[in-house]
Design a protein around this ligand. Structure first.
Ligand code: IP8
Length: 256
């Protein structure tokens, strides 16, 4: 089984509130079917989550009861997004069910922990694909917290032990600088934990690349003996399919 995260930057327009990239999601779902591999999907929140979450400081947990309406709004928005993703999967013949992370997991001071994983395992057991997503999840210490799709990926990888983990984003992989603003930026094809430390100290990482470094760290935690974690560009047609088939493509592979 392959565990795939469809990033919020790929499935939504991150600059426009609640804008779903329907055609792109439909193509990515077709690539998953074409690969012939079994897969499990987690997706990001994109403009269905980040804008309102940021406006109300939801990442800080409960500090002011005026945040509560935003908790409800974000939960509603990301469920809408998830049902749009699931609709595309079903249209391709994949039996998928959206599973809000808060239905199986809780947070403990920002860390995602398994509450009751029986519903998830039962779905997978009968061949239904559980689709998790970035969401607001209740936190034992902070009231609530932001559970990112990346955190859900880590827990899903521990539970289901996928043969390969793929992060689908809007960039080819980890660069030495922001490729959108720096023409000298070079794509790094493979990173190890040691290599990532060296890269971060040798290059001044701005916010964009810094964000990718944090993602790489999460990816490295998900590497296992013989399991690679790959970051691929889902805005380029065919890249996800190639990554699933193990073909050579521009990407960054995290390896132990
Ligand atoms: O898009 C963030 O998840 P991500 C979740 O995977 C919310 O980072 C609600 C902003």
């Amino acid at each position: 089984m392959m565990l795939i995260k469809l990033g919020g930057s790929v499935i939504t327009d991150k600059s426009r509130y609640r804008t779903f990239n329907k055609d792109r999601v439909a193509s990515l779902c077709k690539e998953i079917v074409q690969s012939g591999k079994s897969a499990m999907i987690v997706h990001g929140a994109g403009s269905f989550g980040h804008m309102v979450a940021k406006q109300y400081g939801l990442q800080n947990g409960l500090v002011d009861f005026r945040q509560v309406i935003a908790v409800a709004q974000v939960q509603n928005d990301v469920r809408d997004l998830s049902s749009m993703v699931v609709k595309e999967l079903i249209a391709c013949g994949i039996p998928a069910v959206s599973v809000p992370p808060g239905s199986c997991f809780v947070m403990d001071d920002g860390e995602l922990v398994i509450g009751d994983d029986e519903p998830l395992r039962a779905l997978a057991h009968i061949g239904v694909m559980p689709v998790m997503f970035g969401d607001v999840v209740m936190d034992r210490k902070k009231g609530f917290g932001i559970c990112s799709g990346d955190q859900a990926m880590e827990v899903m990888a521990r539970m289901f032990k996928p043969e390969k983990v793929i992060f689908v984003s809007d960039i080819d992989g980890l660069y030495t600088a922001d490729p959108k603003t720096n023409p000298d930026a070079e794509l790094i094809p493979e990173v190890t934990t040691e290599g990532l430390k060296r890269i971060s100290s040798e290059h001044t990482m701005d916010d964009v690349t810094g964000g990718v470094v944090a993602k790489m760290e999460a990816m490295l935690r998900m590497c296992d003996e013989g399991r690679d974690c790959i970051l691929v560009n889902g805005t380029v047609p065919g890249r996800l399919l190639s990554a699933m088939r193990g073909e050579e493509i521009p990407c960054t592979i995290a390896r132990l």
